[in-house]
Ligand binder design. Structure first.
Ligand code: SF4
Ligand code: SF4
Length: 376
C-alpha cells in the first residue's frame, strides 16, 4: 500500500464529520507522549504501547435530555443506558474504532484504549520480568486534559468547552508523530462556583478548603477536589436513601447514613452490586420475580449496569451553572437543567414508608408468603 500523509488536521476533520452528528465541534485533542512524563507507571501510555508517540483523546457528548427522567424523579433507565453504560461501551467506542482504522490506513498503529478504572486493579506481583504489573490503564480524564480538550473541574468531572460536564472520553495511542494541541489554562472552565458540592447527595465532593489532587502538565498546575469515592459509589449505585427511591421501597428501614460514611470505594461497590443484583425468595407483587431490589435489577438487566444518582451535583448542577454564565458553547436550551425544585428523599426516621417500619407496614409492602405454594 502506498504511504499516505497523516496529519493532526486530517484526523480532526474526520472526527468533526463523524462526531456528535457531524456538528463540526472539536471533539479530538492530541498530546505528545512527553506530556505524560510524570504519569505513574501503571497509568503511562507507553506501558501499554511502548512505541507510542502521540495520545489522542476523543469526547462524545452525553445527550442532555437523558437526565430528565431522574430530574423529574420518574425514570431511571435512560441515564444508565444513554448517558453511562451503553454510551461508554457501545456508542462512543464506535468513534474511537473508526478513527483508529483511519490512522491504520495510513500505516501507523492506533491502539484504542478501553476506559477502565486504573485504581481498581491491585498491584499484583509482576508476572513478566522488567514490565510493570498489569492491568495498565489510562486515567482518561487526565489524558483528555493533557490533550488540551478541556480541564478536570473541582468535582473531578472532565469539562469540555462546548458540552461542559456532559462528555464521555475515549483514547487512542499511536506511533504517528502528530502536532499536539495547546493545553487549556487552569480555571478556564471550572470557575470554582462550588455548586456541585451541596448538590451532591452523597456529600462526596469536598468543600473549597477540603482535600484536593494537584498535578502538573508542561509546567501548568491543575487541581481538583479529592472526591470521596466510597460515598460517591454508594450513592451512584443506589444505597443512599436521599437519591434512591428503590432503596426506600425495597429495603425499608435501611438507614445507613452515606453522607458520613467512611467506607472505601471497593466496599461500596461490593455492597451496592451485591444488593442490587441479589435474588430473594419472596415474590414482590409489583415486579414478579425474586429480585431483592426489582427495579435496580431490571435497570441492570436492560442497561448493562446500575446507576441511580444521575450525577446530580457533579454533572447536572455544574451543567446548570455553565449554561447560566454562558461559559460553554452549547448553552441555548429552552428548558433549564432543573425546571422545577430539586427533589431529595427524607431520612428514614421521618418517613413512614421508608423508615424503620413496624411489622404491619412490612406486610403491606410485601406479599405474605404462601407456605403451601412452596415459596419458602
Ligand atoms: S460546579 Fe462545575 S464549575 Fe462549579 S466548582 Fe463544581 S466543577 Fe467547578
Ligand atoms: S455521581 Fe452523585 S454522589 Fe457521585 S459525586 Fe456526582 S453527584 Fe455526588
Amino acid at each position: 500500500m502506498s504511504e499516505k500523509r497523516l496529519t493532526a488536521g486530517a484526523i480532526k476533520e474526520l472526527a468533526r464529520r463523524i462526531g456528535a452528528g457531524g456538528g463540526g465541534v472539536e471533539i479530538i485533542g492530541i498530546a505528545n507522549i512527553e506530556r505524560f512524563a510524570e504519569a505513574p507507571e501503571r497509568m503511562h501510555p507507553a506501558n501499554i504501547f511502548p512505541d507510542c508517540r502521540s495520545v489522542i483523546s476523543i469526547v462524545q457528548p452525553i445527550p442532555r435530555s437523558t437526565y430528565r427522567g431522574i430530574t423529574e424523579g420518574t425514570h431511571w433507565n435512560n441515564y444508565t443506558y444513554y448517558s453511562y453504560n451503553r454510551l461508554n461501551t457501545v456508542f462512543r467506542p464506535m468513534l474511537t474504532e473508526e478513527i483508529s482504522r483511519f490512522i491504520e490506513e495510513h500505516g501507523y498503529e492506533a491502539v484504542p484504549v478501553y476506559p477502565g478504572v486504573p485504581e481498581s486493579y491491585p498491584n499484583n506481583p509482576n508476572p513478566i520480568p522488567g514490565r510493570p504489573s498489569p492491568d495498565i490503564n489510562l486515567n482518561v480524564r487526565i489524558a483528555a486534559m493533557a490533550c488540551g480538550l478541556g480541564e478536570i473541574g473541582w468535582s473531578k468531572v472532565f469539562l469540555h468547552p462546548t458540552y461542559g460536564p456532559r462528555v464521555r472520553i475515549g483514547n487512542i495511542l499511536t506511533d504517528a508523530v502528530l502536532e499536539p494541541d495547546p493545553l487549556l489554562k487552569p480555571g478556564t472552565l471550572c470557575k470554582r462556583c462550588m455548586k456541585c458540592v451541596p448538590d451532591c447527595p452523597g456529600n462526596a465532593i469536598p468543600g473549597k478548603n477540603g482535600p484536593s489532587i494537584k498535578i502538573r502538565i508542561e509546567g501548568q498546575e491543575y487541581e481538583w477536589g479529592d472526591v470521596n469515592m466510597g460515598r460517591c459509589t454508594a450513592t451512584h449505585h443506589g444505597i443512599n436513601y436521599k437519591a434512591s427511591p428503590f432503596l426506600k421501597k425495597y429495603f425499608p428501614g435501611f438507614n445507613l447514613e452515606i453522607t458520613e460514611s467512611t467506607m472505601s470505594e471497593e466496599l461500596a461497590y461490593k455492597i451496592t452490586h451485591s444488593l442490587g443484583l441479589a435474588n430473594w425468595y419472596r415474590q414482590n407483587p409489583e415486579f414478579p420475580g425474586t429480585a431483592a431490589n426489582p427495579y435496580i435489577k431490571q435497570i441492570a438487566a436492560h442497561c448493562g449496569y446500575l446507576a441511580v444518582c444521575g450525577a446530580k451535583g457533579c454533572i447536572r448542577s455544574c451543567m446548570e451553572f455553565q449554561e447560566k454564565i454562558h461559559n460553554i458553547a452549547q448553552d441555548n436550551f429552552k428548558t433549564p437543567v432543573f425546571p422545577g425544585p430539586h427533589w431529595e428523599l427524607c431520612p428514614p426516621k421521618d418517613d413512614p414508608t421508608g423508615g424503620i417500619v413496624e411489622k404491619k407496614a412490612l406486610t403491606e409492602l410485601y406479599q405474605e408468603p404462601d407456605r403451601d405454594a412452596g415459596q419458602w
